[in-house]
Design a protein around this ligand. Structure first.
Ligand SMILES: Nc1ncnc2c1ncn2[C@@H]1O[C@H](COP(=O)(O)OP(=O)(O)O)[C@@H](O)[C@H]1O
Ligand SMILES: [Mg+2]
Length: 383
């Protein structure tokens, strides 16, 4: 992303940043608005914040809506504009290249965003939903038919569960939805498997770099039903219980990524800091997988308060990996010098931004706001 405009997001005053480079460090006191900037960027990808709060809470108090606009670089020096506006009623207006789009997936495809923050360890210790979402995020970006299959699967399972809960069972209708569910479930799982197979070796590499002192951390994929059976047969085998309890017991909705350190569950044995590093490795691996596609994609990393839980040596390793990825990275921290010496010396130094009571100000020559870019001419007058 080379340009970022934010209006009425939380405590932020109008933010207009141009000429954004690969690494942007936002520093400032507690409550200054650093996380809010990351939330705004996240909205450009998924139309919502990563904080577990309502869409409305992101909108600055007293305002009717918030708006975020960003420009991402495309091949040949072109830029593509992305826009998101959310209002207090929950409505979202999404635009790609000036045209309204209906699905968030159209935005997400333009700007793959990955978050690493204080809650990230939840990916390891929290419920499987988070790990399925993690997996599907990656699958979405590399398998182009995945979104349609996923939507189809969701529709089938909803219909089937609704039928299972009816007092009077319509066996024919159930058979039709069960057949469609079986097909969609197999296709969905095939996509997940293909992606997972790409992810594992990359994760292994990154994890070894980040946690050399740790017992080998490994990943296993569980598809959500007995892997020796076609999904159709697994559904047939649980048909009775499904009917009794009114929902579908087996399938991709139960898929899981099992993370182990040595012979033990990573969630139960690793320290919080190590868990955070495993999550970093998972997310860095996702970025690598996207980069290694035939049509390489670059991720944008939003890293909230990176220095907080990592010691200097581990912090440096994470930064090295981020730099090697070539991804764009937004990092927040409290002190101006918190990231000093952590970024590889050979790399282009990070751009610094001071966040103070809702104002975001570039600091130093690297982030000279006067640097002419094709896109800053239209808003200079109101800067
Ligand atoms: N909807 C809102 N309208 C106005 N201010 C808000 C809103 N939501 C949160 N805030 C305020 O925004 C400030 C910035 O929060 P945050 O971005 O999390 O700060 P930081 O990450 O720098 O610690 C907080 O002081 C909070 O009280
Ligand atoms: Mg914060």
């Amino acid at each position: 992303m080379t340009r970022l405009d934010i209006y009425s997001v939380r405590n932020l005053d109008a933010v207009r940043l141009h000429g954004l480079g690969r690494t942007c460090v936002l520093f400032g006191e507690n409550g200054s608005g650093k996380t809010s900037v990351l939330e705004a960027i996240h909205m450009l990808s998924l139309a919502r914040s990563f904080r577990a709060s309502s869409a409305r809470s992101v909108i600055r108090h007293g305002e009717a809506h918030c708006t975020v606009y960003g420009e991402v670089a495309r091949a040949g020096g072109a830029v593509r504009g992305l826009g998101v506006q959310r209002d207090t009623s929950g409505m979202a207006m999404l635009k790609v290249a000036g045209r309204p789009v209906r699905n968030v997936s159209s935005l997400a495809a333009e700007l793959p965003v990955l978050v690493i923050n204080a809650d990230s360890f939840q990916l390891l210790v929290g419920p499987p939903t988070g790990r399925r979402r993690f997996l599907d995020w990656g699958v979405f970006h590399v398998e182009h038919e995945f979104f349609a299959i996923w939507q189809r699967f969701q529709r089938c399972i909803k219909q089937r569960n609704a039928l299972l809960r009816r007092d009077k069972l319509d066996a024919d209708e159930l058979a039709v939805w069960t057949r469609d569910l079986a097909q969609a479930g197999e296709r969905l799982t095939a996509c997940r498997r293909r992606y997972f197979e790409q992810l594992v070796p990359v994760f292994q590499e990154v994890a070894t770099e980040l946690l050399p002192e740790c017992e080998a951390v490994s990943l296993r994929f569980r598809q959500g039903w007995d892997a020796s059976l076609p999904y159709r047969d697994a559904l047939a085998a649980t048909a009775g219980t499904d009917r009794e309890q009114g929902y579908t017991h087996v399938g991709p909705q139960r898929a899981e990524i099992v993370v182990t350190a040595g012979d033990h569950s990573a969630a139960d044995t690793l320290s919080r800091g190590q868990q955070k590093l495993v999550v970093c490795a998972l997310k860095l691996a996702q970025g690598q997988v996207l980069r290694r596609q035939e049509r390489p994609m670059t991720c944008t990393y939003l890293i909230d308060d990176l220095p907080s839980e990592l010691d200097a040596a581990h912090l440096r390793r994470v930064c090295e990996q981020l730099e090697a990825l070539g991804a764009q990275v937004f990092i927040t921290c409290i002190a101006e010098d918190a990231m000093a010496g952590t970024w590889p010396a050979a790399a282009v130094p990070p751009q610094l931004f001071h966040v103070e009571q809702g104002r975001v100000t570039p600091v130093g020559p690297a982030a000279d706001p006067g640097t002419p870019t094709p896109s800053n001419t239209d808003s200079e007058s109101d800067a």
